[in-house]
Design a protein around this ligand. Structure first.
Ligand SMILES: *[C@@H]1O[C@H](CO)[C@@H](O)[C@H](O)[C@H]1NC(C)=O
Ligand SMILES: *[C@@H]1O[C@H](CO)[C@@H](O)[C@H](O)[C@H]1NC(C)=O
Length: 469
């Protein structure tokens, strides 16, 4: 008896400890469960949510890559729903406005990923009611219209990702009012106009990804952004000056724009730079040899510019450099020994320069070609005129003599090449599912102008429905 009593009293604390160790499961407020089921209805019952029902314990289901719900206490703090790639537009009775009204009933929502779900419509201003939002990823949908200014009311917003949509208008000016914004990614949309100067004040910005839009003009001075690591503006109409950046930059992609300045000397002090792609622009002036030996550089692409200068056999390279493309510039001299193909699987391209090389596959121009082209570029550059080929011709004929004749031939060749090049660079509208589906029945004007979509949805839907049914 005494023995039994002793053991019971000694077991009690153990029992309490064990009970305490059982994970504390949070039971979602039933109103929030209703809200989630409502969201599923708005999303037209996607397959990923097919197992949801009124007794689902939303807070305690195993996270999957395509569906994750995170709760804190009895509220949803994270909602990730990732549909199938290439998902079609939601049907006509979808209302993005109603979806956001419903999302507004999850007041603790900090992270929202609604990716590839066929969402369409303009991003509603009432997104600002989701005032706890820190991370938003609504990539690969059919959002159109402008990014609403009200987004700047989301004071805790750190990451805004709206890639692969059909947004137009400009990059909103008000974003600079978001003190915590670190990642802004608006790739593959139809954003136009110049970048707002206020970008230069976004001190916490770490990633600015704006590739494949129609942005024009100069990149604002970003040299004050001490945290900026990634600037990707590939395939826009930006230029002509090389952007001003802080020296912490890790990835810099200026590919396929309208830059035609020289490469500023500070670039060789970007000691963390791993990836530099300035290809398919019209950069001029000397190619800084030090780019090859930047301490962190792995990927260097300067293809298709008009960079001049001489390479030397003993020019040194960073050992980590895995990809170098110097092709189609005006470089002379010899390919550095450190770039001659080795067994490390490094890719090196240098065709279309005037280098002394035995390589059959990477054919070179004769030396005078680069000299004359460089001369032509120099004249054009000094004059700072667009389409100044004729003026360059006049200027070069003033030089006279054999050199002038050679330069003239070179300029004409260059003009023709440039013209050919420009033809291949003509932009295509974003290639989206809707574009593919629509192009058979609708004018390409409609496809290329996302704003028109709004007015043509009624025309589009019968076709879409026919396709689905
Ligand atoms: C849209 O219509 C479909 C079919 O009529 C229906 O099942 C669905 O619930 C409707 N969606 C909404 C959000 O009302
Ligand atoms: C947005 O979410 C999708 C799906 O999870 C993911 O693949 C993508 O990388 C995210 N975008 C960014 C920029 O993190």
């Amino acid at each position: 008896m005494a023995r039994g009593g002793l053991s019971a009293s000694s077991l009690l604390p153990i029992l309490l400890v064990v009970l305490h160790l059982i994970p504390h499961t949070s039971q979602l407020q039933s109103s929030q469960s209703q809200t989630l089921l409502q969201i599923r209805k708005h999303l037209n019952y996607p397959t990923i949510l097919s197992h949801w029902n009124s007794s689902t314990d939303f807070c305690n289901t195993d996270p999957e890559p395509s569906l994750t719900i995170v709760c804190y206490e009895d509220s949803v703090t994270q909602l990730h729903v990732i549909g199938k790639e290439g998902s079609r537009l939601l049907p006509r009775n979808f209302s993005i406005d109603s979806l956001f009204t419903t999302l507004g009933r999850l007041p603790s929502l900090k992270v929202l990923s609604l990716v590839s779900l066929g969402l369409w419509g303009p991003l509603p201003a009432k997104i600002s009611r989701l005032s706890s939002l820190e991370i938003v990823n609504m990539s690969s949908n059919f959002l159109y219209g402008a990014v609403p200014q009200e987004i700047s009311l989301l004071k805790d917003l750190q990451t805004l990702i709206l890639d692969y949509n059909m947004l137009n208008g400009g990059v909103p000016d008000g974003l600079s009012a978001l003190p915590a914004l670190a990642v802004l990614s608006l790739k593959n949309n139809s954003l136009g106009g110049p970048l707002p100067d206020s970008l230069s004040t976004m001190e916490n910005l770490r990633v600015l990804a704006l590739s494949r839009n129609r942005l024009t003009g100069e990149v604002p001075d970003l040299s004050g952004l001490r945290n900026l690591q990634v600037l990707d503006v590939e395939d826009n109409l930006l230029g002509p000056q090389f952007p001003r950046l802080g020296n912490k930059v890790v990835t810099l992609v200026l590919k396929k724009n309208r830059f035609n300045s020289g490469i500023p000397p500070e670039v060789v002090s970007f000691f963390q730079l791993q990836q530099l792609d300035i290809s398919l622009n019209r950069f001029v002036g000397p190619f800084p040899l030090l780019l090859l030996s930047l301490p962190s550089i792995r990927y260097l692409n300067v293809e298709g510019n008009r960079l001049t200068g001489m390479l030397f056999e003993n020019t040194s390279c960073n050992a980590e450099l895995g990809f170098v493309d110097l092709s189609s510039n005006l470089l002379t001299g010899v390919l550095p020994k450190c770039l001659v193909s080795d067994s490390k699987g490094r890719i090196v391209r240098y065709a279309g320069n005037c280098l002394a090389t035995q390589s059959q596959s990477q054919s070179q121009h004769p030396r005078p070609f680069c000299r004359n082209e460089a001369l032509a570029v120099g004249i054009v550059h000094r004059k700072q005129k667009k389409g100044s080929a004729e003026k360059a011709v006049i200027a070069s004929s003033v030089v006279g003599g054999v050199a002038g004749g050679l330069a003239l031939t070179a300029i004409l060749t260059w003009t023709i090449l440039r013209w050919k090049n420009m033809r291949t660079v003509v932009r295509r509208p974003p290639r989206k599912l809707i574009a593919e589906k629509a192009s058979t029945e609708f004018s390409s004007k409609l496809v290329s102008d996302a704003s028109n979509l709004f007015f043509h949805l009624n025309a589009l839907f019968p076709y879409y429905l026919r396709f689905v049914v």
